[in-house]
Design a protein around this ligand. Structure first.
Ligand SMILES: NC(=O)c1ccc[n+]([C@@H]2O[C@H](COP(=O)([O-])OP(=O)(O)OC[C@H]3O[C@@H](n4cnc5c(N)ncnc54)[C@H](OP(=O)(O)O)[C@@H]3O)[C@@H](O)[C@H]2O)c1
Length: 148
């Protein structure tokens, strides 16, 4: 499984630290180069993490794409990207509804909205997912699962 992140800020750092520290798996992680200090220190944590400078190349190489940019920038950053059938897109972006996400991704993409908290870095906390997604629930160790 290849997991890409568009946006490498506070919440991406927490998720990636949690994945590296608490999940013993073969997942490959592809990070946006943006926030170079964060992406560089995460890449130094594990050979499973690498950096990509181009957002479309992150999407092209990923099975699961996390959208982790600020809400007011999301349309300009996500709107131009091309997603492909069979991908899963997990949006962490507050206040952007499913219909808006669908207009950006097109059909054939599974869209999940997720609200992780920074405690995921320590393998703690409750992450809300909607709709439910088995893989993401496992990734976050979600207990319990809820709706938004
Ligand atoms: N923080 C939380 O606890 C939390 C929890 C749940 C959900 N969320 C949601 O997650 C999203 C991100 O929050 P955050 O706290 O992680 O924000 P953040 O720390 O400000 O991170 C935003 C990231 O987006 C990057 N970015 C800006 N323009 C970009 C571009 N054109 N291409 C690629 N990346 C770009 C920024 O890079 P630069 O620094 O280089 O500009 C930065 O790495 C928000 O929508 C928020 O609502 C946050």
């Amino acid at each position: 499984m290849k997991i890409g992140f568009i946006g490498t800020g506070v919440i991406t750092e927490a998720i990636v630290r949690g994945l590296i520290a608490h999940r013993d798996s073969e997942e490959q992680i592809i990070l946006s180069e943006r926030s170079r200090d964060i992406s560089a220190r995460l890449a130094a944590l594990s050979p499973r993490v690498r950096i990509e400078s181009n957002n479309q190349r992150i999407v092209d190489q990923s099975d699961l794409v996390f959208l982790a940019v600020l809400p007011h920038l999301a349309s300009d950053i996500i709107g131009p990207l091309n997603f492909r059938e069979g991908q899963t897109v997990a949006s962490l972006i507050a206040s952007v509804p499913h219909e808006q996400l669908r207009s950006w991704t097109g059909g054939g993409v599974e869209i999940v909205r997720a609200i992780p908290l920074p405690a995921v870095a320590e393998g703690r906390g409750t992450t809300v997912l909607f709709p439910d997604n088995q893989y993401l629930a496992g990734l976050f160790g979600v207990v319990p699962r809820g709706v938004v």
